[in-house]
Structures are given as structure tokens and as C-alpha cells.
Write a protein that binds this ligand. Sequence first.
Ligand code: FMN
Length: 203
Amino acid sequence: MKKTITLALTGASGAPYALRLLECLVQADYQVYLLASSAARVVLKTEQQQEWPGSPKELSAYLCRQYGAEEGQIVACGKEEWFSPVASGSAAPKQMVVCPCSMGTVSAIANGASDNLLERAADVVIKERGQLILVPRESPFSAIHLENMLKLARLGVTIMPAAPGFYHEPKSIEDLVDFMVARILDHLGVEHALTSRWGYANS
Ligand SMILES: Cc1cc2nc3c(=O)[nH]c(=O)nc-3n(C[C@H](O)[C@H](O)[C@H](O)COP(=O)(O)O)c2cc1C
């Protein structure tokens, strides 16, 4: 049995983080349940010039081809696919990452809206006391954003803003993306060789 995880993309800037994270999770042999909001698709087109197929079945096949995954290793789900495993505590993966995470989705999760499968999946991970990581991006944050994130952090949700460091002397955008993805993988407990760890740069 492969390890399973839910990866959700929303309409904040930062699509490259999500694509790199998906690639790394597939390489680490995870089965990935993939959720993408409508706004995430707009951002993907704007930032990566990628237009994903609309139907979940076609998207699953497309992404499996794209990332060299086995058939069924990436399972895209529709936004009202309420019978998906991610919709129920009895079947949902215990780990979920929302990357990038818009302020709209931060608010919906903080308030338990569960109005679409993405929000419901996050609600399930919180109620089941699994590991939920949000990668929010906005600047500046308003008090509304900060209060929502504080509420979630107090519930045990990891708030990991898309804010790459510069102390590893990045030479490219890919280096900055890998910095963030490496930190997410560290928190998930997934081994990787994307960046060296603090204090180990020359060892
Ligand atoms: C190109 C683009 C970039 C955006 N960047 C951000 C962002 O960085 N942070 C954010 O909170 N919203 C951003 N938005 C706005 C959200 O996409 C919008 O609020 C949307 O309703 C979020 O819906 P979702 O949470 O269902 O994905 C952006 C929209 C577009 C089209």
C-alpha cells in the first residue's frame, strides 16, 4: 500500500510550489488525491501557462502521464465529489497540504465552511487530528487573514507561508521554489535532497 496524501491547489499566487511538490510526492511513492479550485486553474494558466483538463478522470490521466506516475497514483477529484475518500474521516489520508493557499480558502477552512470538497477535506483532517499544512500567500496580511491563521494554528494546523529564505544563496527561481518545497517535505516527514539543512551546508 502506498502512503496517501491530499494536495489541494487554490487561487493564491505560487503554482510552481504546488507542481514541484506534486512531482516530489510522486517520486516519494505517495498516492496523491489532488484537488484544485477554479481560481487555482486561473493561476496555473497565468503563472505556468498550463491548462488542465476539466474532468477529474482526464486530469488524473494527464497528471499521471506528466509526472511519470503509475496509473491511479494521482487521483484528481471534482469539487462536489462527496463520495471521494477525502470527504470522510473513515477513509481520508491523514496528511493534507493546501499549496498555495488563498486567503479565501484560509477563511473557509478557519470557519469550517465545507462548501466544496477541498474545504471539506481540510475540515476532515482537522476533526480527525491529522496533519494539515497551509501554504498561504498574500501581502500584506490584514487582521482578518491573521486572525484566521491564528485560529487555525491554535487548532494544530501548520501555517507555512510561501516565504523562501535567501540564506542558501539561491541562483534561480527553481532554487527558491525548492527551498519552500523542501520545508514542506521536512514537515511531512518525506526524505528529499532538494536543499541542504541548516548547519550542514558543507558537510
Ligand atoms: C493571478 C492571480 C493571483 C492571485 N493571487 C492571490 C494571492 O496571492 N493570495 C490570495 O489570497 N488570493 C489571490 N488571488 C485571488 C484568489 O484567486 C481569489 O480570492 C479566489 O476567490 C480564491 O478562491 P479559492 O480559495 O477557491 O481558490 C489571485 C487571483 C489571481 C487570478
